[in-house]
Design a protein around this ligand. Structure first.
Ligand SMILES: Cc1ncc(COP(=O)(O)O)c(C=O)c1O
Length: 397
């Protein structure tokens, strides 16, 4: 095949598939290829059959995504990690992987992220799954639910949104296992900097990597860390569910991961300073932050996070405020941005009643303690004094 090809053929193939390089890029490249070639088709067959590692088709795995997965597995000290297109895709897959199906039950923390709550309250019951929401910090209530439902799995968040309740992961793991259930821990707010849920007995650690793992507000991603066996099962499911992470997103998430501990150290220090300052302001009725001595799970958080800090997330109640006053306050902020996400380098505010918990009825919100004056603050990595100065001028206005 040496004769000169037509420009149509040249345009398709020119420059591609050069000789195998004898160098290694320091940073994992973004493999934007859906298909992969092997010198011998029997190798392709062996990869398809799972007899050797390799890549055949991007929905079945790809090199950049695998690099991100291996990085997360290392940080979580897990046998495997499986990446998804978003945190919600990861949660959907992990519930199926944990054996949730028609006739089975899930026991879940009542204050899980709003979309997780809606997934459990709306989609799964329509498929014949029973879902029981509990106050995950009330272990008697959890024990009753386990005895009555005999669930396939228990789902909680290490630090919940927006009131920052802390779940006793080792105790919950013991309780779930004794009842024959697995424990899924959404560790988005904690990140492996504060806690490694598998080390504490959980079976799955789930992240919206859109948040702290990515860290820069430029990528949507989800990831599940678990044992190698559970990881193999999740990969098989992912081939069919198809909510895969793209290579570009995996690269961004992996780039974010490199500075996770540095960012988390600053997030934690800043949040502690901001929480203490807010607690002393007359316009603030209450501050919800696990680093405050008065927080109901402060001692538990100190034990679980072992002095590394208490995270970058806090919330506070503006005294006597409703939506109009909260909006006026949020719009008066100049540095702190009213954007609907968290865990970024930027400081961000959010009004839970109209965003993360909008899918809940007003009654369900009230039952969770999410009042009309509640503001959530994701404290960024700017200088703490600049964040405080901005909050001060906005509260004064
Ligand atoms: C604790 C938690 N879990 C899961 C999710 C869902 O993640 P994603 O938006 O990446 O789908 C979020 C999103 O805010 C979250 O805060």
């Amino acid at each position: 095949m040496t004769e000169k090809k037509s420009i149509y053929t040249q345009a398709v193939h020119a420059g591609e598939r050069g000789p195998h390089p004898d160098f290694t890029p320091v940073n994992t490249p973004i493999y934007h290829s859906v298909g992969y070639l092997y010198d011998d088709l029997r190798d392709l067959d062996a990869v398809f059959g799972g007899e050797r590692p390799g890549f055949v088709y991007t929905r079945y795995g790809s090199p950049t995504v695998l690099a991100f997965e291996q990085a997360v597995a290392t940080l979580e000290e897990a046998g495997d990690a499986v990446a998804f297109a978003s945190g919600m895709a990861a949660l959907h897959a992990v519930l199926l992987g944990a054996g949730v199906r028609a006739g089975q039950a899930v026991v879940a923390a009542a204050d899980v992220y709003g979309a997780t709550y809606a997934l459990l309250e709306r989609l799964f019951p329509a498929l014949g799954v029973r879902v029981r929401f509990v106050d995950i910090t009330d272990h008697d209530q959890v024990a009753r639910a386990l005895a009555e439902e005999a669930p396939a799995t228990v789902l909680c968040e290490v630090v919940s949104n927006p009131l920052m309740k802390v779940a006793d992961v080792p105790v919950l793991a013991e309780m779930a296992h004794a009842a024959g259930a697995t424990l899924i821990v959404d560790s988005t707010f904690a990140s492996p900097y504060l806690l490694r849920p598998l080390e504490q007995g959980a079976d799955y650690a789930v992240h919206s990597a859109t948040k702290y793992l990515g860290g820069h507000g430029d990528v949507m991603a989800g990831v599940v860390a678990c044992s190698a066996t559970r990881g193999r099962d999740l990969r098989e499911r992912q081939k069919l569910l198809g909510a895969n992470l793209g290579p570009q997103e995996a690269w961004l998430a992996m780039r974010g991961l490199k500075t996770l501990p540095l960012r988390m150290r600053q997030h934690c220090a800043n949040a502690q300073a901001v929480a203490e300052w807010l607690a002393g302001h007359p316009a603030v009725a209450a501050v919800h932050y696990p680093g405050m001595a008065g927080h109901p799970q402060h001692a538990l958080a100190a034990r679980l996070f072992q002095g590394r800090g208490y995270g970058g997330m806090l919330s506070f109640d503006l005294r006597g405020a409703g939506q109009a006053e909260v909006f006026r306050f949020m719009q008066a902020l100049e540095l702190v941005l009213p954007a609907t996400t968290l865990g970024d380098v930027y400081s961000l505010t959010l009004y839970p009643a109209h965003s993360s918990h909008r899918l809940l009825s007003p009654e369900a919100r009230a039952a969770l303690g999410i009042g009309d004056g509640l503001v959530r603050l994701s404290v960024g990595i700017e200088d703490a004094q600049d964040i405080i100065a901005d909050l001060k001028q906005a509260l004064e206005r």
